[in-house]
Write a protein that binds this ligand. Structure first.
Ligand SMILES: [Fe+2]
Length: 324
């Protein structure tokens, strides 16, 4: 059976690898319909293997996306983003001439100032700019694997300190603003996560610091932790660890916040870009000293050859799962 025929067969979920270190496209599912167990299991496994999943042409409702999100766990509510009053789990990001994008053009993992940062984030485009507005992803498990053994060992015992620092700019410097900020500081105090996180479902080790929310390394002077953190942040800039998503209308991305950093490129203003976001609650990160009981989920082997690319070079299914 040819690749193209496989992708359009009605009874299979296809997983097409998109990047060398991360990302795959899921084909053959319509997220407006409930997924059976076999399809969900295939997608869940692909999520662990590929760290970022892309679903194209998903003209679905917010409720559909929320239902799909709940298959992975309870949804969480962002402490600072405005949400719809009737759907507090849904965030609508609507950027246009009068509402330029802000705070997202920096490498980060969502809400890592929380004790239990999200498992993952689903983002669906409903209006896309003609030019720009891509999202970058970086696999921090691939970045960890790229470090030499000594550096891996050195980092593995460390803990990093986190704060909701960028959101501090949302509050004015008047009495009301300061009162609100103090309230939030009590609610979301600074805390620590391991610098090297062990993924609770795949066992992969990854670098769990990010420029947006990390403020230091526990027990280290700023003069020492600063350059070390800069080195780690810089790994996300390495193209070999990246995947760049060009959105189209009704593209949905689902990324694993436990292992991936992302960066929204602010190059499209004043064009409009409207997105819907659902966030899945996660667990408390643990480090290498915590025994991981499961099986290691390996990065998929990609069959690359030196033969000429086929006419449709994207038709490269890595895994085909029968739906029933
Ligand atoms: Fe984000």
């Amino acid at each position: 059976m040819s690749h193209v025929a496989q992708q359009h067969a009605p009874n299979v979920v296809s997983v097409v690898r998109l990047g060398r270190s991360l990302a795959a496209e899921i084909q053959g599912v319509d997220l407006s319909q409930p997924l059976n167990e076999a399809s969900f299991a295939a997608i869940h496994h692909a999520f662990l293997e590929n760290e970022v999943l892309i679903f194209r042409d998903q003209d679905i409702s917010a409720d559909d996306m929320m239902s799909f999100g709940r298959r992975f766990g309870p949804l969480s509510i962002h402490p600072f983003s405005p949400t719809m009053s009737d759907k507090p789990e849904l965030i609508v990001l609507d950027n246009h001439r009068d509402n330029p994008p802000r705070l997202t053009d920096i490498w980060h993992s969502d809400e890592t100032f929380r004790e239990t940062p999200p498992l993952g984030t689903m983002l669906r485009s409903t209006i896309t700019p003609r030019i720009g507005g891509d999202t970058m992803f970086a696999s921090m498990s691939a970045a960890f694997e790229g470090l030499d053994d000594r550096t891996q060992k050195f980092l593995s015992g460390l803990e990093a300190e986190f704060d909701f620092k960028p959101f501090r700019t949302l509050f004015g410097n008047d009495e009301e603003g300061r009162r609100k900020l103090h309230e939030l500081e009590d609610r979301w105090p600074q805390l620590c996560h391991p610098v090297i996180r062990v993924h609770p479902e795949s066992g992969r080790k990854s670098i769990f610091v990010n420029r947006q929310f990390t403020i230091g390394i526990k027990g280290m002077k700023a003069s020492e932790s600063g350059p070390l953190l800069e080195m780690l942040y810089g790994l996300a800039n390495q193209p070999e660890y990246q995947f760049r998503l060009q959105w189209r209308q009704n593209t949905m991305a689902f990324w694993d916040n436990r292992v991936v950093l992302h960066y929204a490129i602010h190059d499209y203003h004043p064009q409009r870009r409207r997105m819907e976001r659902v966030t899945i609650a996660g667990d408390k990160p643990f480090g290498v000293d915590h025994p991981y009981g499961g099986q290691l989920v390996e990065r998929p082997e990609i069959e690359l050859t030196d033969a000429d690319a086929p006419p449709d070079a994207t038709a490269m299914p890595v895994r085909i799962f029968k739906r029933d």
